[in-house]
Design a binder for this molecule. Sequence first.
Ligand code: XMP
Length: 517
Amino acid sequence: PVLVVDYGAQYAQLIARRVREAKVYSEVVPHTTPVADLLARNPRAVILSGGPSSVYAEGAPELDPALLEAGVPVMGLCYGFQAMVQALGGSVAHTGRGEYGSTPATVTDTGSTLFDGVPEHQSVWMSHGDSVTEAPPGMKVTATSDGAPVAAVEDDERRLYGVQWHPEVLHTAHGQRTLENFLHKGAGIPADWTPANVVDELVDRVRAQVGEDRVLCALSGGVDSSVAAALVQRAVGDQLTCVFVDHGLLREGEAEQVEEDFVAATGVDLVVVDAREQFLAALAGVSDPEEKRKIIGAQFIRVFEQAARDVVSDRGDEEHPVKWLVQGTLYPDVVESGGGEGAANIKSHHNVGGLPDDLQFGLVEPLRALFKDEVRAVGLELGVPEAIVWRQPFPGPGLGIRIVGEVTGERLDVLRRADAIARAELTAAGLDREIWQCPVVLLADVRSVGVQGDGRTYGHPVVLRPVSSEDAMTADWTRVPYETLAKISTRITNEVREVNRVVLDVTSKPPGTIEWE
Ligand code: XMP
């Protein structure tokens, strides 16, 4: 891999993503990793990230010069650049001329490796208080800016490179080109991290891990579990059994999509458990959101455990018992929980609808090295239906937390019909990629007066909650065109008799959350 050494920047994951966009596999490692351990991983190259410290500050993370003498290509960015310069005998000083934000930089050596194909004058994203005032002996200065007389250096012989700015952020117009020049020209790494190669590699790994054992997967219909299942199926075929729990809190067409389209596309062995009655009975009389989540989570576990036992007795012969459980853990979860090899510590509310941790299975996590966009690319490569690959996030507790009030069969039916209309119209308006997700919420305990045809109505409102987001941690309400909103409103009030009002949620997150419960 290309190892991105994280000096405490919020940028390290982003750098890893950019490297992967250059079709080169990369991973983030903490800066506390000893050089011997870094080298033991046979890195094709190392990138040193930015970080909040000054290289002079007490306790500032250090760069062991041994890394720069190992013959591995290294590129330093921002703090990593300064740490590299210092380790190689150049000078870093507090000049009082820090630069923050978009800054003009001048490439002084347009024939250099890093700046091949990059214009002489470019706008780059800077964020530094200290500056490099003198390049290390033997290194060529290739760019400057007002506040950074030495803004980039390179040494093709030792294959060491550095830039003061952040090439990984989009504000640096030619940043991706600069990174690609380092990877492909400086370090000589081919662009071989393609979806087809990724699939081959992951399939091999799953085969090696699982052997002849049987594997179980809880399929939710979401992107991650679907792609994980498709991959394991590609690897070990009918040693895999998927369990899909239909808890009745799904949206229109979702269960069918998994039961028909997904199975047809991937050939997985699927067990569908119809647990709709059981969930409804457990939820009867409950309107507190946290209570609902707990009940749904607990029911899910109970149903899944029973299904797992059934699979063992039906399909797991004595010689090949079920030993493994597939989970759709992704790389950001792995990095956030320390990057270790253990099970990822997924945020607790994402365990709702997830699985208990005392199941007696080992974990198969075929996606734990991938970012979300790579999961989608792998899914498409495996032939997973586009409707699943591009599905927007949907919470484990499903429509159960989109009915404010008690969850009943009739209310679910009303919400499902309203939601289907909203989704269809947003899709027709071409807004699917712009919108992160659009919960439709039924205010089941609220009634208001309306008039329809000749008569007075006394129905319920539904709320449209379209949001735009990068990661669901923060979100803004999406400015859906009025015409689209009008169409949704007209259709819902006409076609769903119980609903006589459609309202729009115009709250960002924070202070609102995306879901209403
Ligand atoms: P909130 O409402 O916290 O939602 O702003 C953030 C994201 O998480 C999803 N979400 C859940 N996902 N189980 C899940 O698997 C849950 O209990 C749950 N609650 C919220 C929500 O849809 C949004 O994408």
